[in-house]
Design a protein around this ligand. Structure first.
Ligand code: GLA
Length: 391
């Protein structure tokens, strides 16, 4: 946690006056339901206790001055009347996109001064960019004094990603950052955007292991998978003789009946999505009844499916999962996020966490020559304003 008075002090040093508010938005780790969000399916993420903060103050004009404290206090400025990209300060495009989409939705934003700081690891697959977008939208909402519910806020941020930053992400990352509930996972239906918080089973800790393999090819491969899923949905509609808007509309038994009629790779991609949707619902049920073993087994099956059918794993992720599964007290382990590097998520018995962390770090470094980062996590609450300082 970053002490909020630090960011207030830093803001004042840069802008000459104290901020009127500080907002925060968390990164996320997905427990299960990978590559299902853009197939109108189900996901079960938590928000983690790593977050982005923005200290802000309104200006009387329409100028926004943004300072990234983690990037040598670089400053980027924009006029809200002509929002364009700033590729010399690429971090600022996340805020620019959000501002543009809010204005397009008819929210008139005030000019602002903003200082940004965060501790979500960047490029690790823990959604530091979604945290920044959701944090920016939360800051603009508070400064502008307008209404914007959490689901709409998440959609605005996703639109900013898709249309301004140019990344074809689904809704999961922004949704959980905006709407998470502490100590709970969120079961999200990515078709109608309804959601339900699911209490995390007692007795186990979520441990995130960063392989330190930075994700490569993620955009091109991500888009290729999306296209294969759309192709599968079109072919299955013909085969099944029913409307298939997305793979969400296909059951595992329907797919098994028609799989032979699809090109083999497309059939495997579809099998991952269709079985993963079923695993998410089973995992939510296992969590509700506190069944750690069943939950962990579903995580293991998810990893195998992502590796073998969806082909988004890599040697480092597979090594991390394999090593984790050899530790006592580990109920389940899988890659999390888009894949091709980044992190795994592990469900570990509370008492076994210190040994798990030490053993996995040692064995992974010995096997791959990379020093991993390992974070036991708490499920934190979604974005919001910090209370004013009490001193
Ligand atoms: C990235 C995207 C999400 C989701 C995951 C895969 O994190 O931003 O929308 O598609 O990959 O589950």
């Amino acid at each position: 946690m970053i002490a909020s008075h630090n960011i207030r002090d830093e803001f004042e040093m840069i802008f000459g006056l104290p901020p009127t508010l500080v907002v925060r938005a968390p990164g996320r780790v997905n427990l299960i339901g990978e590559h299902t969000d853009y197939n109108d399916g189900f996901v079960l993420p938590i928000a983690i206790d790593r977050e982005t903060y923005i200290a802000a103050r309104r200006r009387a004009d329409r100028l926004v001055r943004m300072v990234a404290l983690d990037f040598g206090s670089e400053m980027s400025e924009m006029s809200l009347d002509a929002i364009t990209r700033d590729d010399a300060h690429r971090w600022s495009n996340y805020l620019r996109g959000v501002a543009l989409m809010l204005e397009r939705r008819g929210r008139r934003l005030p000019g602002a001064e903003m200082a940004i700081r965060g501790n979500v690891p960047i490029g690790a697959g823990l959604s530091s960019s979604a945290a920044l977008q959701v944090c920016a939208a939360t800051a603009f909402r508070a400064l502008g004094g307008f209404d914007l519910d959490g689901v709409t806020l998440a959609r605005v941020c996703q639109k900013a990603d898709n249309e301004f930053v140019g990344i074809q992400s689904g809704i999961m990352d922004q949704f959980i950052s905006a709407l998470a509930r502490a100590d709970h996972a969120l079961l999200i239906d990515c078709r109608d955007l309804s959601y339900e918080s699911v209490p995390l089973p007692r007795g186990a800790t979520i441990v995130v292991c960063d392989t330190m393999k930075r994700r490569r090819l993620v955009d091109s491969e991500y888009n290729a998978r999306r296209a294969e899923c759309e192709q599968a949905a079109r072919l299955l509609a013909t085969q099944l003789g029913k409307p298939v808007r997305a793979l969400r509309d296909v059951s595992p038994s329907e797919l098994a009946r028609c799989a032979d009629a699809l090109p083999p790779i497309v059939a495997r991609r579809a099998r991952h999505v269709v079985t993963e949707n079923a695993r998410v619902l089973d995992a939510a049920a296992a969590a509700r009844r506190g069944d750690l073993a069943a939950f962990g087994a579903l995580m293991d099956a998810s990893h195998a499916s992502l590796r073998d059918d969806y082909a988004v794993s890599c040697a480092e992720l597979d090594a991390m999962v394999e090593i984790a599964r050899q530790q006592s007290g580990c109920f389940g382990a899988r890659l999390t996020g888009a894949g091709f590097g980044g992190c795994t998520v592990n469900l570990v018995e509370d008492g076994a966490v210190p040994t798990f962390v030490a053993n996995v770090a040692q064995a992974y470094a010995a096997r791959t020559g990379r020093e991993p980062q390992i974070y036991p996590c708490r499920a934190s609450a979604g974005a919001g304003e910090l209370p004013p300082p009490s001193f």
